[in-house]
Ligand binder design. Sequence first.
Ligand code: ADP
Ligand code: F6P
Ligand code: MG
Length: 332
Amino acid sequence: MKKVALLTSGGDAPGMNAAIRAIVLSCEYKNLSCFGFYHGYNGLIEDHLLPLSSQLVNAEIKNGGTLLKSARCPAMMTDTGVKQACNTLLKHEIDALIVIGGDGSFHGLLAIKAHWHGQVIGLPGTIDNDLYGCDKTIGFATAVNTATQAIDKIRDTANAFDRVFIVEVMGRHSGHIAFQVGLSCGAESIFSFENYSNEKHDIILEDLIEKIQKQQLNRHASYLIVLAENLWPGSANALQEQLKSQGNIESAICILGHTQRGGDPVPEDRVLATQLGLKAVDALIKGEDKVMLGLSASQLTKTDLNKAVSINKPVSDELVNAHKGPLTHYLK
Ligand code: ADP
Ligand code: F6P
Ligand code: MG
């Protein structure tokens, strides 16, 4: 194995640059040449290649985003697109491809593997933390930190007015960010896929209205609702209208959105990305193929890529249930 290529794909995540840096430094140390493809799989399809050196990446450990750029690349969903990507790898005589991304990106990597002889390794890079086989994905800790800091600020102004706030957080279809952030901010309510269902919509809304009304009557305090994106039918706006029409409750909405994706990675993400970047090169040298590397209970894990994309990683019941009982008893 002589030539390693890498790319970042899907939603960018803070720490992707730290992973790129560790891979490049490790390749140099081990006398392997290292190339990056720009804009996710588009770079492979369009043959947009950049030789990577320690000089280029060394200062990148502290930067959010990704120096290789990222993208969603619909062409990878077609046979033609995948074959074009493979042809580029063949043309440059690449021996191994490392993809830093989420579950979608690993589907792309599996599609490439079906037509190409080289080794493939995935590193979990997404703020959503929705990948089986690792405790945390690169970028998750930073997103949680960013959202927590933002909501702490919202809490100050909410307290000043005894106001109700609905804060929408990202996560696509998983509640890892919602529960982690909701707990860390002491939110009065957390709504995510793990504790909400359409069938129970009316009961959940009634219960929420009751809690807010009691809180406002008895304690004259703010009330913070952390809401996972893509959850509430009609989104935060519908919830706001329902609180008004069914409970005469005024509320404000804040959608944290892409602020959660940007910013310098927190130390936890820098270290995780660095460890996984180094391990990825070691794993390639050992001949590993078609695996995602991760850390679980501080131990390196190797998960078959097929498993990584097909097994769900739910938010632990411990975390979901932690919000009940002692932490919210005063709302009853
Ligand atoms: P993430 O990797 O963060 O989950 P996406 O789901 O958007 O982000 O996937 C990123 C990219 O991976 C897609 O734009 C596409 O290029 C590629 N991809 C996703 N799913 C597939 C698939 N089933 N087959 C081939 N490529 C895919
Ligand atoms: O997967 C990361 C993520 O930020 C999700 O949390 C969110 O649902 C999605 O990407 C947003 O995608 P886009 O940046 O394309 O709007
Ligand atoms: Mg995904």
